[in-house]
Design a binder for this molecule. Structure first.
Ligand SMILES: NC(=O)c1ccc[n+]([C@@H]2O[C@H](COP(=O)([O-])OP(=O)(O)OC[C@H]3O[C@@H](n4cnc5c(N)ncnc54)[C@H](OP(=O)(O)O)[C@@H]3O)[C@@H](O)[C@H]2O)c1
Length: 319
């Protein structure tokens, strides 16, 4: 039975930052993913002028758009009707609402497979992971699934940091690291030679799609996937090569990063999450002896190369 999944897929949070990439990849997949794809979105998004291009492009490919309120059980039940697979791409602020979504999935007759919104840092990487503040909502969702979800099977796709976002130098958090094409300046955490495993945003879509296309290996699994492993200095070299000039480089020590991280959490500043994640990435929390890419049938050649992502940044293409 389960190997026939997915037949009807519902994506929640489809128009979000990573949801767009995941939905685009699912909708354009070859071989096809399922026979029907729908998205569940808020009325505000469905009528937002900024989202019309995206929604029209999906509708032209046969995607149904269901509008409703994520926090209204009847709306969710209605969206689940006839759906066997749910892919949640909900944002950080809505992660906890997945517990109710999972309860409703478990109660429904139709939903059999659920992808909770993860697509990021490994929240069970080692013994210290359970104490990391940004992981708490995702950990609660996993705990609920372990304890309460018996019928529906879940798959977690753990991608590590998105390289596209890692490249950005956020003005309010420069010391957390990043690359600024305009001023040809980089801020690098640590020596810059420490390895980090990244996934590019288009590859997140490709990897989630591969998981959907291979239920026989992905149902019930925590899949650890990546585009490639590189270092902040190798990224800098690629920027220098593509812009044909040497860049100015500032360094933030790991100790300094930890200090600012603490300050931000003490001040209850939302940017604290970024500092924690950057610290985890800089200290090796994205590295594995082996990833699950191969299990999903993806080779290194199927993944985007570093140069492609740096090129998008140099050209000022957003994400
Ligand atoms: N690895 C990384 O570097 C990285 C970076 C960013 C995010 N992530 C992960 O990717 C997942 C998705 O994050 P995202 O940044 O793509 O999400 P996002 O853009 O903030 O939100 C995605 C969608 O969630 C829906 N939503 C409904 N209620 C919401 C609420 N109260 N707050 C936020 N969103 C709400 C919205 O969909 P509708 O408008 O359609 O209703 C929204 O478009 C998360 O698990 C996050 O941790 C990882």
């Amino acid at each position: 039975m389960t190997t026939q999944l997915p037949s009807t897929v519902l994506i929640i949070g489809a128009t979000g930052t990573i949801g767009k990439y995941i939905t685009n990849a699912i909708v354009s997949a070859e071989p096809r993913v399922g026979r029907q794809i729908s998205i569940f979105t808020s009325q505000a998004t469905a009528t937002s002028p900024a989202k019309q291009g995206l929604l029209s492009s999906w509708k032209s490919k046969g995607v149904s758009v269901i509008t409703g309120d994520l926090n209204n059980s009847d709306d969710v039940r209605n969206a689940y009707s006839g759906v066997d697979t749910v892919v949640s791409c909900l944002g950080r602020n809505a992660l906890a609402s997945q517990i109710e979504l999972l309860k409703l999935a478990e109660e429904s007759k139709d939903v059999q497979w659920f992808f909770p919104s993860e697509y990021g840092t490994d929240i069970e990487y080692d013994a210290s992971s359970k104490d990391e503040k940004p992981h708490q909502n995702k950990l609660r969702v996993r705990e609920f699934i372990r304890d309460q979800v018996k019928r529906v099977k879940c798959t977690y796709v753990v991608t590590g940091p998105y390289l596209d976002m890692f490249l950005a130098l956020a003005p309010i958090a420069e010391d957390a690291g990043g690359y600024d094409v305009k001023s040809k300046r980089a801020v690098i955490v640590g020596s810059g030679d420490e390895k980090v495993g990244f996934t590019t945003m288009p590859d997140v879509g490709k990897l989630v799609t591969a998981a959907l296309q291979h239920p026989e290996v992905s149902i019930g699994k925590v899949l650890k996937v990546q585009s490639f492993v590189t270092t902040p200095n190798a990224i800098l070299e690629e920027f220098e090569k593509q812009t044909g000039t040497k860049w100015t480089v500032d360094h933030t020590t790991n100790e300094k990063l930890r200090e600012v991280e603490k300050e931000k959490w003490d001040a209850n500043h939302p940017i604290a999450t970024l500092y924690t994640l950057r610290r985890i990435w800089a200290e090796g929390g994205t590295l594995y002896d082996k990833t699950d890419n191969e299990v999903l049938g993806l080779t290194p050649g199927d993944m985007e190369p570093l140069g492609a992502v740096v090129k998008r940044a140099v050209n000022g293409e957003g994400y």
